[in-house]
Design a protein around this ligand. Structure first.
Ligand SMILES: Cc1cc2nc3c(=O)[nH]c(=O)nc-3n(C[C@H](O)[C@H](O)[C@H](O)COP(=O)(O)OP(=O)(O)OC[C@H]3O[C@@H](n4cnc5c(N)ncnc54)[C@H](O)[C@@H]3O)c2cc1C
Length: 399
């Protein structure tokens, strides 16, 4: 009977980066996940996820993202596959960046400059010239930062799983954790729906939005929320391809809208919304995108990219956040059960932080302190806690 030092439950970016880090520290590591990796319903499984340092006035996320960008570049080399595309990052504003409405953009710009970066400030004429698809009647100010871009997230999980196997991680696909077995307050094994039992010295629960269903004591502090994603097929792809378009946020803290340049391998431009989302039960609820959300998307496109207005909508998806009430990650040992660590709470912005989340989870599981782990520890959040990720357009009334 195989006994792992660490058993990781969940092969999204939180789980796979933790498994890699623990294997690098010479532990015997196993990982279980339903179906195959990358799992088609996982938040980490997508064609692109934004990688940005722009976190408004949140200097900690700024620094974490700075480190992660360096590590994604390294992963491109280690994995011998270009998963991180550094095409830069564009913040579009309807008013001057200095205006009160743009505190997210204003603080992000100030931190970039204060930390020695050289972002380009673009007025509407420069914007028209540089990113011609953008409606400069509406967006009259912008900031382009060449550092940052997007990760092909599904591909990243595939390549990282390969790398994990090379490091000796036993990845068990088709296994769904159902019960955590513990004796005298210590976790000893994980039993699956498929009737297998995985014995381990320590388990890491990184099941994304399913985590509070495995550990109901987390339900008061986090929930699954569903967010729409849209793929449009542009008539003139070159107008939407880099360098004519890059990863962008369109007045995001006031609208929630953001998107990606044309992806040739899929023939699409992807846009999505980082807002309140819909509270969902990941095990039960339908994940279809509503007509009303499609109508809202068309309105956004009409004002932002007029030449994309009639582009066929070729795919929609509702993807789930493991949404903590405050929007911060949740990485800590369980307060009552020994040998159990939780690594989740991506809250719509965790993919880019993969390289650091793996390290932080491994440190915390070993009982160490990571330079950034303090804020993500087990915390008692009251129901009125507000989301604090500054790029997110939050209808504070709904939360
Ligand atoms: C629409 C959308 C857009 C986003 N955009 C960005 C972005 O641009 N930039 C960014 O940085 N982040 C973004 N994010 C957030 C990011 O995708 C997530 O924070 C991150 O992928 C979460 O990773 P995870 O490993 O926690 O969860 P997941 O990727 O969901 O992985 C969880 C894994 O656990 C498995 N699992 C579930 N239950 C069990 C069980 N019982 N037993 C075993 N395994 C189980 C699942 O199959 C899955 O493989 C976005 C998220 C969404 C939904």
């Amino acid at each position: 009977m195989q006994k792992y030092d660490f058993l990781v439950v969940g092969g999204g970016i939180f789980g796979i980066s933790s498994a890699i880090e623990l294997a690098r520290r010479n532990y015997k590591v196993g990982l279980i996940n339903p179906d195959t990796l990358p799992h088609h319903l996982a938040a980490s499984t997508d064609v692109s996820k934004a990688v940005r340092m722009e976190y408004g006035s949140d200097i900690e996320y700024f620094k974490m993202a700075e480190i992660c960008i360096r590590k994604w570049r390294e992963w491109n080399d280690i994995l011998e596959e270009k998963i991180f595309h550094e095409v830069g990052f564009l913040m579009l504003c309807k008013k001057k960046i200095e205006s009160d409405k743009n505190s997210y953009e204003r603080h992000s710009l100030n931190y970039l400059i204060a930390n020695g970066y050289n972002p380009e400030r673009l007025n509407s004429a420069a914007l028209k010239n540089r990113f011609p698809a953008v409606n400069t009647e509406i967006y009259t100010d912008a900031c382009y930062n060449p550092v940052g871009g997007y990760v092909k997230s599904g591909k990243a999980i595939e390549a990282l799983a390969q790398y994990a196997r090379k490091l000796g991680v036993d990845i068990h696909e088709g296994q769904t954790a159902q019960q955590l077995l513990h004796e005298n307050g210590k976790l000893i094994a994980v039993k699956t729906q498929e009737n297998a039992t995985f014995h381990c010295g320590h388990a890491i629960i990184a099941a994304g939005p399913y985590t509070p269903y495995l550990l109901p004591e987390l339900k008061p502090f986090m929930k699954a929320t569903g967010h729409p994603v849209f793929w449009l097929k542009p008539k003139d792809p070159l107008l939407y391809a880099t360098p004519k378009l890059t990863v962008f946020m369109a007045d995001i803290s006031n609208t929630g809208w953001y998107g990606f340049p044309f992806l040739p391998e899929h023939g699409i431009v992807k846009v999505a919304r980082h807002a309140s989302g819909l509270i969902m039960d990941p095990n039960k609820d339908d994940r279809y995108v509503s007509k009303d959300e499609i109508r809202q998307m068309r309105t956004f496109i009409a004002t932002t990219f007029p030449s994309l207005l009639n582009a066929p909508l070729v795919y929609t998806r509702r993807c789930l956040y493991a949404d903590t009430l405050d929007g911060h990650f949740w990485i800590d040992q369980h307060p009552e059960i020994k040998g159990l660590t939780i690594s989740t709470g991506g809250s719509g912005h965790g993919m880019k932080m993969g390289p650091i989340i793996g390290e932080m989870t491994a440190d915390v599981a070993e009982g160490k302190v990571h330079q950034f782990s303090k804020r993500y520890r087990w915390r008692h959040l009251n129901p009125n806690t507000l989301q604090s990720e500054e790029a997110r357009n939050i209808d504070r009334a709904k939360i």
